[in-house]
Each structure stands twice: as structure tokens, then as C-alpha cells.
Design a protein. Structure first.
Length: 179
């Protein structure tokens, strides 16, 4: 996490010196469908760097407590994704993103007898709407994303990837600051 924070800071400083636009978004939303037993509240944020072209790069993080339900004791899910972004210009922007990153799940039973702490490669795709009401630097956004873990179907020395069983949707809204 410290490395990702440091990388985000370096990207932000580099973007500012190159005349790129930096967008910092905080959000709250719901994780739902797929591997969740019910809708779960999710908190997160995104740092997006975009130049004069429609393309950019984003680092997206979200934390979802009790992702697997109350029957599993203490549990949560974290996602940290690096995304390629395509965004329209203007005050009202439509965007899409896709990327790879970390899907970290943690489950501890109520009695404390077992603990599962899993770090897996994940895939995230989605899109949304970003609105800057005026020429100011404060806007609002809403988006929806689909996440899926990726696994190695055969434990051998070959690099092969398959879609895993962990999957869910996340819808969110939040505030965006433009630098």
C-alpha cells in the first residue's frame, strides 16, 4: 500500500509538470451481485491522470467490510486496480475504464480458529459520468464497475490465466477534485 501511495504521488507530480489534468475522487457505494450475499457498503477513491488526449491512467482503491456476510466473522475485501481510462472532454464527461490489479480478501471465523488471507490478480471494467457544474475544480461522479479474480487453472510452471469464482459489481457516487 505504501508503494502504491508513493507511485500515485510521483504520477501526480509528473502529471502537474507535464500539463496533464489530475482528478482525485473519493466515493461511497455498494458492492452487489456475484459473490456477495447481499449489498455491502464500499468506500474508496481514485486518482486519475489524463493529458490532452481522451486517454489516461487511474489507480482505483476500494474497501468493503463484511463482504462475505455476517456469518463469516470478521471479513473484508480490498481492491487496488491500475486502469486505462477513456474520457470525453467538457463539463459533462462520460468515461470507461479497464484494468488489472489486486483483489485481497480476508475472512476470520468468529471463534478465531481459522483465517484466510488471499491476494489474487483481479480484473475490473466499468464506466461512469463525471460532471463539473462550472469552470471550477469541484465535480461529482457516479460509476459502475465489474470485478473478477483471475486464477491459474493448473498448478504448473506455465503462465495461464482463467476467470476465478470471486466476482461482483460495485456502484458508487462521490466528489471529484480537479488539479
Amino acid at each position: 500500500m505504501k508503494r502504491m501511495g508513493l507511485m500515485a504521488l510521483v504520477f501526480t507530480l509528473a502529471a502537474g509538470s507535464l500539463g496533464a489534468e489530475t482528478l482525485l475522487s473519493g466515493s461511497v457505494g455498494l458492492a452487489f451481485g456475484g459473490s456477495t450475499d447481499d449489498s455491502k457498503i464500499s468506500y474508496g477513491g481514485t486518482l486519475t491522470l489524463k493529458g490532452s488526449s481522451p486517454f489516461g491512467f487511474a489507480v482505483d482503491y476500494a474497501y468493503t467490510p463484511d463482504f462475505f456476510g455476517s456469518g463469516f466473522g470478521n471479513n473484508n475485501l480490498n481492491t487496488l486496480m491500475g486502469n486505462l481510462v477513456v474520457m470525453s472532454p467538457g463539463h459533462v464527461r462520460v468515461y470507461g475504464s479497464a484494468g488489472l490489479g489486486l483483489v485481497k480478501s480476508r475472512v476470520e471465523d468468529a471463534a478465531g480458529l481459522f483465517e484466510v488471507d488471499s491476494n489474487e490478480l483481479g480484473l475490473g471494467v466499468g464506466g461512469g459520468l463525471l460532471i463539473f457544474p462550472s469552470d471550477g475544480n469541484l465535480g461529482i461522479h457516479g460509476d459502475i464497475r465489474y470485478f473478477r479474480n483471475l486464477t491459474d487453472p493448473e498448478p504448473d510452471d506455465e503462465f495461464d490465466v482463467d476467470l476465478g469464482n470471486l466476482n461482483f459489481w460495485r456502484g458508487e457516487v462521490g466528489i471529484t477534485i480537479r488539479f
